[in-house]
Design a protein around this ligand. Structure first.
Ligand code: SAH
Ligand code: SF4
Length: 360
């Protein structure tokens, strides 16, 4: 299929009101999409049939289909989703906090969730530790295909439209390499008549396309950024992330300093820890120096091995020593225990597994 059909989720409310008149109908459709999570026109009961037939010729409702799902004991659910052209990508439902109950058993605080979304099928960046990179690049996701991941996962988990959750752009692909569609998706998520997920609840993770970090900043969308730093010197970083040659560490740090961030918030630096590569205290020391003057928070990630990789998972004691060094030198630092480690948690792994099973 050459021509992909757009979906209703490609549009902000204002844009939809240009397509659907009178405008209250566009609002009703928005309700069907983002409050009822309708997946087809039939479900939209109060929309006139003729209007639906006309729209159906040009627009899909939800462009995604769930093809596989793996649930972990910690509440993480990993989804393999199929697009209209048969390509697949992943989204992950993460339980960040269990629900709290009072003595009488009543829920005092709802569980907290984050959805990790993909922005491309495959990725052009080619990081040597990343499974997504192995399959090369296939195509960008449209704004609607990004938005639909959240709608699909909310629907599958019966998560009410007015319950809050966070979005992290940390699935497959490099978000800033698909900036136009990313920015549109961010806007659609923010719509008051839609999912109403503010910029503060959205975090864009990037491998460090410094010029695009500036562009995202200029768009002033109010989102957070996370930088996948992973190394403190350009030699190792270029080995891990080949495009570091064009966007070196210094250019990234400078772009971060220019990025508009909420004064109460911090820029997240992701540091993927690989055994005997970057898990030493010398690296920790350089990291402290590098982040001086930035309101930063460091997230240490265990490298998650997969068949065929030479990189190794670090020892927990080295992770802890690394963390302690940073904390003792005034940096906020958390260790991300790979959620859903029992279900092929790192990006690209479910896709790889499912397609491996289907092909073999
Ligand atoms: N392309 C963007 C966002 C998607 S990658 C970026 O690179 O930031 C999301 C995260 O998954 C990155 O921080 C990346 O370092 C991490 N990741 C990739 N492969 C991994 C693996 N094998 N084990 C653990 N984390 C991995
Ligand atoms: Fe792309 Fe991110 Fe994987 Fe690197 S880590 S190949 S940028 S998805």
């Amino acid at each position: 299929m050459n021509q992909l059909k757009p979906s209703l989720m490609d549009f902000t409310l204002k844009e939809l009101q240009e397509i659907v008149k009178p405008s209250f109908r566009a609002k009703q459709i928005y309700g069907w999409l983002y409050h009822q999570y309708a997946s087809n026109y039939e479900e939209m009961k109060n929309i006139p049939k003729a209007m639906k037939e006309k729209l159906e010729k040009e627009y899909l409702v939800n462009p995604l289909k769930i093809v596989n799902k793996e649930e972990s004991s910690d509440g993480t659910i990993k989804y393999l989703l199929e697009l209209q052209d048969g390509k697949t990508m992943e989204a992950v439902w993460l339980k960040m906090k269990e629900e709290q109950r009072g003595d009488d058993g009543e829920i005092t605080q709802e569980a907290k969730y984050t959805i990790c979304v993909s922005t491309q099928v495959g990725c052009k960046v080619g990081c040597t530790f990343c499974l997504t990179a192995k399959g090369g690049f296939t195509r960008d996701l449209s704004a609607g295909e990004i938005v639909a991941q959240v709608v699909t996962l909310k629907r599958d988990n019966s998560h009410k439209h007015n319950r809050k959750l966070n979005i992290v752009y940390m699935g497959m692909g490099e978000p800033l390499d698909n900036l136009t569609n990313l920015a549109k998706a961010i806007e659609v998520f923010k719509e008051d008549d839609g999912l109403c997920i503010g910029g503060k609840r959205q975090t864009v993770s990037t491998s460090g396309l410094s010029t695009k970090i500036d562009k995202l900043g200029e768009m002033d969308l109010g989102v957070h950024i996370a930088i996948s730093l992973h190394a403190v010197d350009d030699k190792l970083r270029s080995e891990l992330i080949p495009m570091n040659k064009a966007h070196n560490i210094n250019s990234i740090i400078e772009a971060v300093k220019r990025f508009p961030i909420d004064t109460r918030k911090r820029v997240m630096f992701e540091y993927l820890v690989i055994k005997e590569k970057n898990d030493d205290l010398g690296s920790a020391k350089k990291l402290v120096k590098l982040l001086t003057g930035i309101k930063a928070k460091v997230n240490l990630i265990f490298f998650n091995p997969y068949p065929g990789t030479d990189y190794k998972r670090p020892e927990r004691k080295d992770m802890v020593a690394f963390q302690e060094y940073l904390v003792n030198h005034g940096l906020l630092c958390t260790i991300r225990d790979s959620k859903g480690i029992d279900i092929s948690a790192a990006c690209g792994q479910l896709k790889e597994k499912t397609e491996g099973e289907l092909n073999g």
